[in-house]
Design a protein around this ligand. Structure first.
Ligand code: G3P
Ligand code: MG
Length: 240
């Protein structure tokens, strides 16, 4: 059986402010195999790394990312809401993150956050930067917006894609093949042995989110999933 990969969800986000360069550095330090990030677009069309469409929860800003210019976002603090000692961290741009990981042996899971706001041209903007940094073979793009994944597949068939979903889809391996993606990205509670086996029979990966508890991690490793996306890559590293 292939080794299960350890993917840091928004970096080492259990212990550091999510989706910041510090959380990515710390995830690498504990030996993760990959990093998952969330990408949104600014008003002036720059790709930035942030989970929420709005700035309020994780930064000192207010309102939607789509209503702010990049320059304004760069003035915000993306660390202090997690803890005073993290004051001074910035929202990373997608470009600077790719620059940082381009020479590292990591799998990069780029989640396009476009289910709530269907950002115009986000797929093209993301693909242009992947191409700029020559990391086509290291990335897998995922989204809960499966129309967006179809647009990705049309843009470049050499870049892997995965379909994110949260509920119990019937025979998801058939659905994923119908869309033309390479992987299932299910919420872990919906995953069964049969789903993993049938996916593998059809050359599809099963990359699950978000597993933070040791007992669940062990269960998922035993099921033979390809990757576990976790807020605690440090904990998963010990188990693998
Ligand atoms: O990509 C896996 C996971 O990140 C999907 O959900 O809301 O944490 O981005 P969310
Ligand atoms: Mg995500």
């Amino acid at each position: 059986m292939k080794k299960t990969l350890n993917i840091a969800h928004r970096g080492l986000s259990g212990l550091y402010p999510e989706n910041t360069m510090l959380a990515f550095e710390k995830a690498i330090e504990v030996g993760c195999d990959g990093i998952e990030i969330d990408v949104q677009l600014t008003k002036d069309g720059y790709a930035v790394i942030c989970h929420d469409e709005e700035l309020n929860r994780t930064t000192t800003g207010k309102g939607f990312i789509k209503d702010h210019m990049l320059e304004e976002l760069m003035q915000l603090d993306a660390g202090i809401k997690f803890g005073e000692k993290f004051k001074g961290l910035r929202i990373p741009t997608f470009d600077e993150f790719l620059e940082y990981v381009s020479d590292k042996d990591l799998l990069i899971n780029i989640e396009i956050k476009n289910s709530i706001i269907d950002y115009e041209n986000i797929e093209k903007i993301i693909y242009a930067l992947i191409s700029k940094h020559h990391i086509e073979d290291k990335v897998i793009i995922s989204s809960f917006n499966h129309y967006s994944i179809r647009r990705c597949i049309r843009l470049a068939r050499n870049i892997k894609t995965g379909l994110l979903y949260g509920d119990c889809i019937f025979e998801p391996y058939n659905y994923v093949q119908m869309v033309g993606a390479n992987a299932l990205h299910p919420e872990y509670n919906s995953v069964t042995k049969e789903i993993v086996e049938r996916s593998h029979d059809n050359n599809l990966e099963v990359n699950i989110y978000t597993v933070n508890d040791e007992k669940d991690m062990k269960k998922m490793i035993d099921l033979g999933v390809d990757a576990i996306i976790t807020n605690y890559p440090n904990l998963l590293k010990e188990l693998l």
